[in-house]
Design a protein around this ligand. Structure first.
Ligand SMILES: [Fe+2]
Ligand SMILES: [Fe+2]
Length: 280
């Protein structure tokens, strides 16, 4: 049998028929391949269920983390749940399909390049990636509104029962740090989060204000504090490999058809290989 791979993809946005086709046609390169899905599968609960069901049928193991889009409560969704209740519902859906979530024991990849512990994270963002470091949260948001750069999360990603998305983020950070601290110190980790754990990848955003919705400064030292083999993320729709603090960071998004149709866009199809590592 061919060597199995640990693969990753994100930002499938299956509301677009062209992207739905990508999901339908996605196949492992060998029988034992695992697929990391780093968020933004879709917005409607029915679309999310369809995509995860399709992928879990084709890959030996699927590991999912929520993107901001899965956490929206769109009016047309038959599932009216908001915030934590919506997230918990999606976790239950994943469990019914055998898909690993941030709420489950972290699986160990024993294939080539392993063993590594694959750590799906759900951390959200807290408006600390501010274009002007002198600005408060309020000032930074005011500037973003002034520039007309406002993430749809402000209207559709409800943090209930938390008062704000940043409060939800703070709670997730606290829970997650405790779990990571309990891992054996010699375990090598692949950290998977929809948002980048360090700010550097957001520096090339076309609209710098958008960084407010892209992560948290509170994970700035995680790449060095923990024994990290690679960080896998999406959200930016800028697929590429970069290195920060000596750690390989893989943005694995597919993105919207209007983005991946541009000749210069490097969409992640087939999925990006995380392990065994192969330099391009
Ligand atoms: Fe996305
Ligand atoms: Fe996103």
């Amino acid at each position: 049998m061919d060597q199995a791979h640990l693969l990753a993809i994100s930002d499938l946005h299956v509301v677009h028929p062209e992207n739905r086709k990508i999901v339908e046609e996605l196949r492992p390169s060998s029988e034992g391949d695992w697929l990391i899905v780093a968020g933004d599968v879709g917005e409607l609960s029915t679309d999310i269920a369809w995509a995860l069901e399709t992928l879990s049928r084709n890959f030996a193991k699927v590991i999912w983390v929520p993107g901001n889009h899965e956490l929206w409560t769109p009016k047309e969704d038959p599932l009216p749940l908001r915030g934590v209740a919506r997230y918990e519902h999606l976790v239950e859906l994943c469990r019914s399909l055998g898909v690993v979530t941030p709420e489950d024991p972290y699986p160990t990849w024993e294939g080539a390049g392993g063993p590594v512990t694959v750590v799906p994270l759900f951390l959200l963002y807290d408006y600390t990636f501010r274009p002007d470091p002198g600005h408060s949260r309020k000032e930074a948001l005011e500037k973003a509104y002034e520039h007309g750069v406002v993430c749809t999360d402000e209207f559709l990603l409800h943090p209930d029962p938390y008062p704000t998305r940043d409060a939800w983020c703070a709670a997730r950070l606290e829970e997650t740090e405790a779990r990571l601290a309990a891992l054996p110190a010699d375990a090598r980790l692949v950290l998977v989060n929809h948002f980048p754990l360090v700010r550097e990848p957001t520096r090339i955003l076309y609209y710098p204000d958008f960084a407010l919705w892209c992560g948290t400064e509170r994970t700035a030292d995680w790449l060095t504090r923990f024994n990290v083999e690679a960080m896998v993320y999406g959200h930016l729709h800028i697929p590429r490999t970069t290195w920060h603090e000596g750690v390989r960071c893989e943005e694995v998004s597919v993105g919207y058809p209007r983005e991946w149709r541009r000749p210069q866009h490097k969409r992640t199809v087939p999925p990006r290989r995380i392990l065994p590592y192969q330099a391009e």
